[in-house]
Design a protein. Structure first.
Lengths: 554, 101
């Protein structure tokens, strides 16, 4: 894992000291809210519906056990004993007091964490595949590149006032677990013979104008990464619209100008910028890569695990959902569900965080990951240790065997917390999870991604949910639109709106009608929902939702 | 004739704690919606809002929210404002937490 250099440490401490002084000046009246607001947002501090909210970055989703313990400490000391992991690999504290935030930022800095680049029209924290460095299908670990981009983008003087926020995601595998096609820039590590490079996508995004990113370069040599990113962002900085907030993201720039014109402008800029990159970045990258060297995997015989699997149905059920192949045969990747039925998706109590930190140290070389799907990952676990880990998770109520199933829902905070929300998300997610658990249909339904957003900004990624739910305010009443057939992976697609929305108490029955129709329509139990949808189209599901007249009405 | 004015309360967030607050008829800030002043006159509402905006050292983001009279004082009319009087629905945190203490 990356350890902060003296430069990083000094930068962070200076930022903390600056913010402490800014808070003091706000409290004594020297700064107005208009003056203070951009300063607090630069440090991740929002004002939400009921309280302030501090959004802390978990760069490329990677945490050490020590950092996780500090997150627990902060939750207990200055918040209400829990934190909320988000779809952007951040953790949000929902109840900090303004007067406590400088102390919280100091506590974060003590473990190399911060809330920088979690807000504002800058390059935001780079997100990455949560299986990075562990996945069996990976060409290379994307995190060193993410850290290089972090060092390049933090306080980059040219990119502090972009037309709008700017999000970069990176994956090292063909299987896209980082939703790179829904980011301003998506990077996929690819190999051409012996050479490592990147497939570069640009102009993806969700929100009110959902668009799938387009390829701007099929193969970008590794050493051209930063100059090419600089070329894209500086082209956008000049070409992007500032007249209309809703047309300011790069996806609109690319869409309005066309990918070819945008590519030409970027390549021209790249030719100008490339000579300025002398190779210092590559020397830095080499140093960063060394810090991401994998742990010394111990060679434990997995036979005890295989034996336990054969006799323990609970272990088997959990392993089927939670255990993923590791690039080293003797190991596995374990996804810990933060979606216990009826709980808030992505919430972890301070006790749970500490348990996860302990288990990471006992069984996972001290490493943890946070996924954009709001779960926690132990990326390196010896298969021999899986039965013991499962038992420990079970004792901590962290062994819910629902990863990838109907109750593994991602949901934004919605109107329970967010000042921008138009409806609630969390209780809809809780209700769906408990409903299908009660019906006992979760296993039968199989692989399914439900994603819920409480407003058009789509933090809950509803457009790329197999079933997406969007909460709106219709004449002063919560109303939920359903989209079908979305996909956030390498086969990305934007979901199609099924028809008129549903009232709050009609949503769960509507989801049940869709899924009962799916169970009737699938060719075999092995055909997942998305495949059935792609084979048959929306019509049978619209009929299930709205009745036989739907063909004409919807 | 201009359209009928919907009664309002002045609401904001507390600068230090972030909690939802309301302006009372006495010009003080309260954490309870029911203790807010229900303002039935548009010109007075604007004046009260200006008064709130003149206290940037205490409050953040004051605005006028629709309300209606109720048996115990003003009540919110929109669900967003109703949530602001209670707190989130997934935990008994926020105002509803204090109400139980």
């Amino acid at each position: 894992m990356y350890n902060y250099s003296d430069f990083d440490e000094a930068f962070l401490r200076e930022r903390c000291a600056q913010f402490r002084a800014q808070v003091e000046r706000r409290l004594d009246g020297s700064l107005t809210e208009e003056e203070f607001r951009p300063l607090r947002l630069m440090n991740g501090l929002y004002l939400q519906l009921h309280a302030y909210m501090l959004r802390v970055a978990i760069p490329y989703g990677t945490l050490s056990a020590r950092q996780m313990r500090q997150l627990a400490h902060i939750a207990e000391t200055w918040d209400k004993g829990y934190g909320h992991f988000t779809t952007r690999q951040n953790i949000q504290y929902n109840w900090p007091k303004l007067t406590d935030v400088p102390d919280i930022l100091d506590a974060l800095a003590d473990v190399g964490l911060h809330a920088i680049q979690t807000s504002g029209n800058c390059i935001r924290n780079v997100t990455a595949d949560h299986f990075a460095g562990a996945a069996a299908d990976e060409i290379a670990d994307p995190r060193p590149y993410a850290e290089l981009i972090r060092q390049w983008s933090t306080d980059h003087p040219e990119f502090q006032f972009l037309p709008r926020k700017f999000k970069i995601a990176i994956t090292g595998a063909e299987a896209d677990r980082a939703v790179i096609r829904a980011h301003d820039i998506g990077l996929q590590i690819v190999a051409r013979g012996e050479e490592i490079g990147f497939k570069v996508l640009v102009g993806g995004g969700l929100g009110r104008t959902p668009l799938i990113g387009q390829v701007i370069r099929d193969f970008l040599p590794e050493s051209d990464l930063l100059p090419y990113l600089e070329a894209i962002v500086s082209t956008y900085n000049l070409m992007g619209r500032r007249d209309n907030k809703y047309k300011a993201r790069i996806k609109i720039t690319v869409f309005e100008n066309g990918i070819d014109a945008f590519r030409d402008a970027t390549e021209e800029q790249f030719a100008r910028l490339r000579p300025a990159f002398s190779g210092v970045d590559q020397a830095l990258l080499a140093g960063i890569k060394a810090q991401f060297a994998p742990p010394a995997f111990r060679n434990a015989d997995p036979a005890p695990y295989e034996a336990a699997l054969a006799v323990d149905p609970l272990l088997r059920a959990w392993a089927r959902q939670s255990v993923t192949a590791h690039r080293v045969d003797s190991h596995a990747i374990v996804t810990v569900s933060l979606k216990a039925h009826g709980q808030t998706p992505g919430d972890a109590s301070a006790d749970q965080m500490r348990t996860l930190a302990d288990l990471a140290e006992a069984y996972g070389y001290g490493e943890l990951r946070i996924s954009h799907e709001q779960n926690v990952i132990l990326p390196h676990v010896a298969r021999a240790d899986l039965p013991a880990l499962f038992e420990a998770l079970r004792k901590a109520d962290l062994a819910t065997a629902n990863i990838g199933l109907v109750s593994d829902i991602i949901a934004c905070p919605g109107m329970d917390y967010c000042a921008l929300a138009t409806a609630r998300s969390i209780p809809v997610a809780q209700g769906i999870a408990t409903h299908f658990q009660t019906l006992g249909l979760e296993q039968e339904i199989g692989a399914l991604k439900i994603k819920i957003s409480g407003c058009i900004n789509a933090c809950g990624h509803h457009h790329v949910g197999h079933i997406g739910i969007l909460g709106l305010d219709r004449a002063g009443v919560e109303n939920y639109q359903i989209t079908l057939g979305g996909d956030g992976t390498e086969t990305a697609s934007i979901g199609e709106r099924a028809g008129p929305g549903f009232a709050y108490d009609e949503v769960i029955p509507a989801i049940e009608r869709i899924l009962r129709a799916y169970l009737d329509l699938r060719t075999t139990p092995e055909e997942p929902f998305l495949e059935t949808y792609r084979r048959l189209g929306a019509q049978p599901f619209k009929t299930a939702l709205y009745g036989e007249g739907a063909r004409h009405a919807a | 004739m201009s359209r009928k004015f919907t009664p309002k309360v002045v609401t904001a967030n507390d600068l230090r704690e972030g909690d939802v607050i309301y302006l009372t008829a006495a010009g003080e800030w309260t954490r309870e919606h029911a203790q807010a002043e229900l303002i039935e006159d548009e010109a007075i509402a604007e004046l009260r809002l200006l008064k709130a905006m003149g206290q940037p050292d205490r409050v953040v983001g004051p605005y006028l929210a629709d309300a209606r009279p109720g048996p115990n004082g003003p009540e919110p009319t929109h669900f967003r404002e109703a949530f602001r009087t209670r707190g989130p629905s997934n935990y008994a945190h926020g105002k509803q937490e204090r109400a139980h203490v």
